[in-house]
Design a protein around this ligand. Structure first.
Ligand code: 2AM
Ligand code: CA
Length: 270
């Protein structure tokens, strides 16, 4: 796939997520929203998650019938699962927010070629913010280039984090890391959407981010955006999921140092 094709994809995905985002906003806060439980009482999926993913997959299957697709709600497509191209989709990142009518949620779409992410996008419908990156081409918010911030000290930094659905029982509920970082920074933020947290690191709205228990669709697209914005975003397999740490080049060192003082086992250490 050449650069011209990737720029076309960027534009077409922008049109697609605007349309899907409009549908999501129209249904936000609806009292009769159909909500199902997935793995537990707090792991939710709404009819809007499913319909949004269906629309995104329809677009990909129409334009790229040979590509494989991994979606949060449908899993891995059986067709083309050996393709070199893999689309990774989260139709609503921040489902708990969405189900409560809390307007922070995003649509994440990434494209990988031989396991390397070559395009990543995060769209936040409520803000009409389209974050995107093409490998080697920098990162953008709508049409403006974005860059990570240059703040290098923890006590002047905003650090975002998150906690998994199974936090009552999971050893990977982030509690001890949160306790370590919370007192030493200017502010902790918890949006409920890993993709928004990472996009905010990429655009310098936050300095760093750490979270465990993520699935690939929660961070693959946004990871490229952080990297192309001059930041660092590392992931490490942790049981069935991933621990992710991100930041500008100064804060990432501080963040990893502090996280590894708690334990060197869970988060990436370099
Ligand atoms: P979701 O809203 O798409 O489910 C919140 O901390 C972030 O982590 C969100 O991006 C949420 O994605 C994701 N998340 C929370 N618990 C998770 C789990 N058990 N497995 C995978 N992702 C999870
Ligand atoms: Ca998600």
């Amino acid at each position: 796939m050449n650069l011209e094709e990737l720029y076309k994809i960027k534009n077409h995905i922008h049109d697609l997520v605007k349309e899907v985002g409009q549908y999501q906003l129209e249904n936000l806060g609806r009292q009769d929203l159909e909500i199902d439980k997935k793995t537990s009482a707090v792991d939710l999926v709404t009819e809007v998650d499913k319909e949004s993913e269906r629309r995104i997959i329809h677009y990909i299957e129409t334009h790229f019938p040979e590509h494989a697709i991994l979606g949060e709600e449908s899993g891995m497509t059986t067709a083309n699962h050996d393709s070199e191209f893999l689309w990774v989709i989260d139709p609503v990142d921040g489902t708990t927010n969405y189900a409560h009518g809390y307007p922070l949620f995003s649509i994440a779409i990434g494209l990988q070629y031989n396991q390397k992410t070559i395009f990543g996008s995060v769209y936040v419908p409520y803000m009409d913010d389209y974050f995107w990156a093409i490998q080697g081409e920098g990162a953008y918010l709508n049409s403006e280039p974005i860059h990570v911030s240059s703040h290098g000290v923890m006590d002047a930094s905003i650090i975002a984090t998150g906690f998994p659905y199974d936090k009552k029982t999971s050893p990977d509920n982030n509690e001890k890391y949160f306790a370590k970082i919370m007192p030493i920074v200017a502010g902790i933020r918890r949006t409920g959407s890993a993709c928004i947290d990472l996009a905010f690191v990429a655009s310098g709205r936050a300095e760093g981010y750490f979270e465990m228990n993520l699935s690939p669709w929660d961070f693959i697209a946004a990871q490229l955006i952080v990297q192309e914005a001059g930041g660092v975003c590392l992931s490490k397999p942790l049981r069935e999921r991933y621990a992710v740490v991100a930041g500008n080049p100064h804060i990432i060192k501080e963040l990893i140092k502090n996280l590894s003082e708690v334990s060197t086992l869970d988060y990436p250490v370099e």
